[in-house]
Design a protein around this ligand. Structure first.
Ligand SMILES: NC(=O)c1ccc[n+]([C@@H]2O[C@H](COP(=O)([O-])OP(=O)(O)OC[C@H]3O[C@@H](n4cnc5c(N)ncnc54)[C@H](OP(=O)(O)O)[C@@H]3O)[C@@H](O)[C@H]2O)c1
Length: 239
């Protein structure tokens, strides 16, 4: 009898993580999502009843380990969490905000990786999320580019160190998710409209387009140590 895979998406109650969770569930996985905000966790039951949502902070190693142990063996781990600070030109960059950005993305990513490791299946896949800011040369992104480069730099050494487990990442460009909700709506619409005019593909990515790459990395058993750029060509243009 075929058994279903157990998948855990930390950061899976919104945006790219939620879209990836839904894709993987549609493919037959039993998918658990985790994040901090009780409202977002509760909303998953309404919007995506096929998922099992948990309230866990990726920065809390004991809580992450407890959840992973309860689900073990975890066949696919996806980490899509992040804060929203850290952008700005060098002259104006708020270094305290950039430190917080590392605390909100790099350190919880490390915590989740370390805390789940004993509970991963031998052939498990791990999929991280960087960003195209780590590959492109966009003014105002040196700080967050460094942050996302730090996340992506984990991929290749861990692909070898943790083998036969697989470790990959996606590098999204501009994606229409709640990540942008802190920006006033009119500014966001203006920014997306301008970006669409400049992007080679002519549109801002949807969360589901990024989720398609996450699902590929999580399921293709020959892919490891790979960073997939899913940016609509953003790395080739100045937005
Ligand atoms: N949107 C873009 O344009 C874009 C572009 C490039 C890269 N990315 C990257 O894509 C990833 C996903 O972003 P998104 O756009 O999908 O953002 P999003 O819609 O804001 O989703 C982020 C998710 O992470 C969760 N989260 C944040 N901190 C957490 C923590 N400490 N522990 C557990 N969960 C946590 C949030 O839920 P809670 O608040 O409930 O914890 C939420 O579910 C991020 O790594 C981001 O840097 C996004």
């Amino acid at each position: 009898m075929e058994t279903t895979r157990t998948t855990l998406v930390v950061g899976g109650t919104s945006g790219i993580g939620l879209a990836a969770a839904r894709r993987l569930a549609a493919g037959g996985d039993t998918v658990h999502v985790a994040s901090r905000d009780a409202t977002k966790v509760a909303a998953v039951a309404d919007t995506a009843p096929e998922l099992v949502a948990h309230r866990v902070d990726g920065n809390d190693p004991a809580a992450v380990a407890e959840l992973a142990a309860a689900l073990a063996p975890v066949d696919a781990l996806v980490v899509t969490l992040a804060g929203s600070e850290g952008a700005g030109t060098l002259a104006d960059l708020d270094l305290a905000a950039l430190r917080r950005a590392f605390e909100a993305k790099f350190w919880p990513t490390m915590t989740v990786l370390q805390a789940t490791l004993p509970h991963l299946a031998k052939q498990a896949s791990i999929t991280l999320v960087g960003a195209i800011s780590a590959h492109a040369a966009m003014p105002g992104t040196a700080g967050i580019g460094a942050l996302n480069a730090a996340v992506e730099a984990l991929v290749r050494p861990l692909a070898v160190e943790l083998a036969p487990r697989r470790v990959n990442a996606v590098a999204p460009g501009l994606v229409d998710t709640p990540w942008w909700n802190d920006m006033p709506e009119q500014d966001r619409i203006a920014w997306f409209t301008a970006a669409e005019a400049g992007l080679p593909v002519g549109h801002v990515s949807s969360a589901d387009e990024i989720a398609g790459a996450v699902a590929l990395l999580a399921t293709n058993t020959s892919m490891t140590g790979t960073i997939v750029e899913v940016d609509g060509g953003a790395r080739f243009v100045q937005l």
